[in-house]
Design a binder for this molecule. Structure first.
Ligand code: UD1
Length: 417
């Protein structure tokens, strides 16, 4: 299994461009199942999760072709086969197959999904919402079976929590339901807006995506269209935090800073010097970074997907910090590994207490989930000496060849086979 060896005391030089967003790409790729004759996508990131999703879609008869800078998902002849368990279990986003499959075939059967081991991650909000559209479910032997008697029918749905995936699943199913669907307490993440934009280009009638109330007027047919995936705000935010941590002058390009307004504000409050452009963020060396207290929240709050990265920064900031994780239970698995590198972090339930000012030292560590892995990369780049990160496949799910991307900007990072 691949490992990453990082030489510490690194600095970043030059610039980096944010890749296409994984979390926007996955649901949009699944949305190709809704098109009668395919979908052209641009700016798909080169990630393991994207390859897994391609394989999963091929299971359903989608033919995928690369045509210049576009990838064509040909959905002219799709079938409703049983999704490969080995693929589904690798990715929680597989649950998003339910809505589109039911919309196309009136029934679906998929195994319960996996993904990062962060908390129990149930799917009740997905199922409750789809039930309101007329779907009947049963769960047996690790599979969810769903069917709808006649047609999906529009409904008024109020989510018990603004789940990103549930909002996307319901939005996709409702775009082909009979009549109007209203989703209240919808998640507002920008990736949902990107999915709605793509669906609208395919012929859907969705208004309000990006707000707490989404209104979907069902249509009979969705058809061929083209869409460019938005930039990855989490990848961009990770590199901003890395540059602040390494006290480097560094530019992150191809990102709308508005998408990161809360994390950028937190970093500025910690003492980071940032120059915010129209579609770039420049980090400047600062005279000192100090600790802060924050809570992760649904968008536009501080993203849980940047929690591990900012915790690495807090470990070396002056003074103490606190993080309350409000989205996922059990999302502190990076703590013990950061502590192995010299951090001083204690957790009590959903709060992490970070004592800053630590001088980190390279060590062998283990990646436990996607964002946890990259927090270890950040800590390894800062630390004195060499850090080896084991179980690299988590990192490859969300960051394009990080050793090359960051390697071009100065750090020495080697992949060991
Ligand atoms: C998406 C992102 C993930 C991000 C998360 C929160 C993708 C592919 N993944 O995940 O990177 O960390 O949003 O911003 O876009 N929940 C339930 N029942 C449900 C659904 C969710 O209890 O039916 C809970 C989850 O266990 C979790 C919380 O709600 O505690 C948030 O989950 P959700 O917003 O659904 O996240 P995902 O869509 O899985």
């Amino acid at each position: 299994m691949d490992k990453l060896q990082i030489t510490g005391k690194a600095i970043l030089k030059g610039s980096i461009s944010a890749s296409g967003s994984k979390n926007a790409a996955l649901p949009i790729m699944i949305a190709s199942l809704l098109s009668e004759n395919g979908l052209y996508l641009k700016n798909l990131p080169a990630l393991q999760d994207i390859l897994t999703m391609k394989k999963l879609l091929e299971n359903f008869g989608i033919k995928i072709k690369k045509i210049n800078s576009q990838t064509f998902f040909d959905s002219t002849n799709i079938n409703n086969s049983l999704a490969d368990y080995d693929l589904v279990r690798k990715m929680r986003a597989s649950i998003l197959l339910l809505g589109p499959l039911i919309a196309r075939f009136k029934k679906a059967k998929i195994s319960l999904p996996g993904g990062c081991a962060i908390g129990t991650r149930p799917i009740d909000i997905h199922l409750n919402g789809l039930e309101k559209l007329g779907v009947k479910f049963s769960i047996e032997n690790g599979f969810v079976s769903a069917d709808v008697k006649k047609n999906l029918t529009g409904a008024h749905i109020k989510l018990s929590f603004p789940s990103v995936g549930a909002t996307e699943n319901i939005m996709m199913a409702a775009s082909k339901a009979k009549g109007e669907t209203i989703i209240e307490n919808a998640a507002r993440e920008p990736e949902i807006e990107d999915l709605a934009k793509c669906l609208n280009k395919m012929g859907a009638k969705i208004a309000g995506a990006g707000t707490t109330k989404i209104i979907i007027e069902g249509v009979k047919k969705l058809s061929k269209s083209e869409h460019t995936i938005m930039s990855d705000r989490i990848v961009a935010g990770t590199y901003v935090i890395a540059a602040v941590m390494l006290n480097s002058e560094f530019i992150i390009k191809k990102i709308k800073p508005d998408l990161l307004s809360t994390p950028l504000e937190v970093l500025q409050n910690m003492g980071a010097k940032l120059e915010i452009g129209n579609d770039s963020i420049k980090v400047l060396p600062s005279s000192g970074i100090k600790g802060i207290a924050l809570k992760t929240k649904p968008y536009p709050g501080f993203p849980t997907d940047l929690q591990a990265q900012i915790m690495a920064l807090m470990s070396v900031a002056k003074g103490s910090s606190q993080i309350k994780e409000m989205i996922f239970e059990n999302r502190f698995m990076h703590v013990s590994e950061l502590n192995r590198l010299g951090a001083h972090i204690k957790t009590k339930k959903d709060v992490a207490y970070i004592e800053g000012g630590r001088s980190l030292k390279g060590a062998k560590v283990m990646a436990s989930d996607l964002r946890a892995s990259v927090s270890l990369v950040l800590a390894g780049l800062y630390a004195e000496g060499k850090t080896t990160i084991n179980r690299l496949y988590h990192l490859d799910r969300g960051y394009e060849k990080i050793e090359e991307t960051l390697g071009k900007c100065g750090p020495i990072i080697t992949r060991l086979k």
